[in-house]
Design a protein around this ligand. Structure first.
Ligand code: ASP
Ligand code: CP
Length: 299
């Protein structure tokens, strides 16, 4: 089993992963044998390190691939690089700036591939961490009012999360700076698949919200960096904005956060992004446990 897109994760698979993740948190699991490789062709703090930590806790050995010190510098192709790591490992976590790269890797590799972010496309393991966190904090997902705030055009974490929230019946409010809406392709697809009516808005209105999910302006995906900077300076969430929402609202963020959230929010009871980041380890343990289950010979 690969994990390439949230569109390929059913509700029952997601629920299975949440049950496993809760067991991982309690230490109630069987260790696995095998080797995890992390191939990150783009910067990462959390995703790569939490996959490595999750792999080690699950009992796997790990190999990290540093692209800048590899034979890519001699001109070796992505495909050949994946073929080599398919020889060396039982499971791979991949991040790459190009959309579709994880799917290409999965076509080449016989072993499971997990998409740790492919360009502006998807980040499915992040969406599962996000849902697990919401479930833990709010005891449910269905019917919650969730505001999605920030650069929804380029943020792959948001694209996977929109699909995941629709799957679990949350009520989404889409708020972005003008021009940074999710593409109509994504919204139209979700609207027709789930029979809902997502629409883009540009005013930070959090009234009645249970969850506010914020993402930074993805500056590295802008052709014009000056445009990104101007947007960043105008679109920022303050404690007073949060106070329009329900009293027990939670604020989430996939991190890294730069300056889209004012620092006073960090110390408030609403901020759950550090708890969200710590859920990455049990959820990624659960994802790898599930992916490896379908492979004969491992355990
Ligand atoms: N860390 C997340 C990602 O790689 C979100 C972000 O970078 O803003 O997609
Ligand atoms: N949330 C996330 O993907 O963080 P990194 O970019 O640091 O991996």
């Amino acid at each position: 089993m690969d994990m390439l897109s949230m569109r390929e994760v059913s509700k029952s698979l997601a629920q299975d992963i949440f049950v496993r993740a809760a067991r991982m948190e309690k230490g109630d699991f069987e260790r696995r044998e095998g080797v995890l490789s992390t191939l990150f062709f783009e910067a990462s703090t959390r995703t790569k390190s939490s996959f490595l930590s999750a792999g080690l806790r699950l009992g796997l050995k790990t190999i990290d691939f540093p692209p800048e010190r590899s034979s890519l510098s001699k001109g070796e192709s992505f495909s050949d690089t994946i073929r080599m790591f398919d020889n060396y490992s039982d499971i791979m976590a991949i991040r790459h700036p190009r959309e579709g790269s994880a799917r290409l890797a999965a076509k080449i590799a016989a072993h499971p591939v997990i998409n740790g972010g492919d360009g502006a496309n998807e980040h499915p393991s992040q969406a599962l961490i996000d849902l697990y966190t919401i479930k833990k904090e709010k005891k449910k997902i269905e019917g919650l009012k969730v505001a999605l705030f920030g650069d929804l055009k380029h943020a792959r974490a948001m694209h996977s999360l929109m699909q995941a929230l629709a799957l679990f019946g949350a009520d989404m409010r889409i708020i972005s700076p003008p021009g940074l809406e999710p593409s109509y392709g994504i919204m139209d697809r979700i609207n027709s698949e789930f029979g809902i009516k997502l629409k883009a808005t540009h005013t930070p209105d959090f009234s009645g919200c249970d969850v506010i999910y914020v993402v930074r302006v993805q500056e590295e995906r802008f052709v014009d960096k000056y445009e990104a900077k101007q947007i960043k300076d105008r679109f920022r969430i303050k404690l007073a904005d949060v106070e329009q929402a329900k009293k027990d609202v939670i604020i989430m963020h996939p991190l890294p956060k730069i300056d889209e959230i004012t620092p006073d929010i960090d110390a408030s009871p609403y901020a759950k992004y550090y708890a969200q980041a710590s859920n990455a380890v049990p959820v990624r343990m659960a994802i790898m446990d599930k992916c490896l289950e379908s492979k004969e010979g491992v355990r």
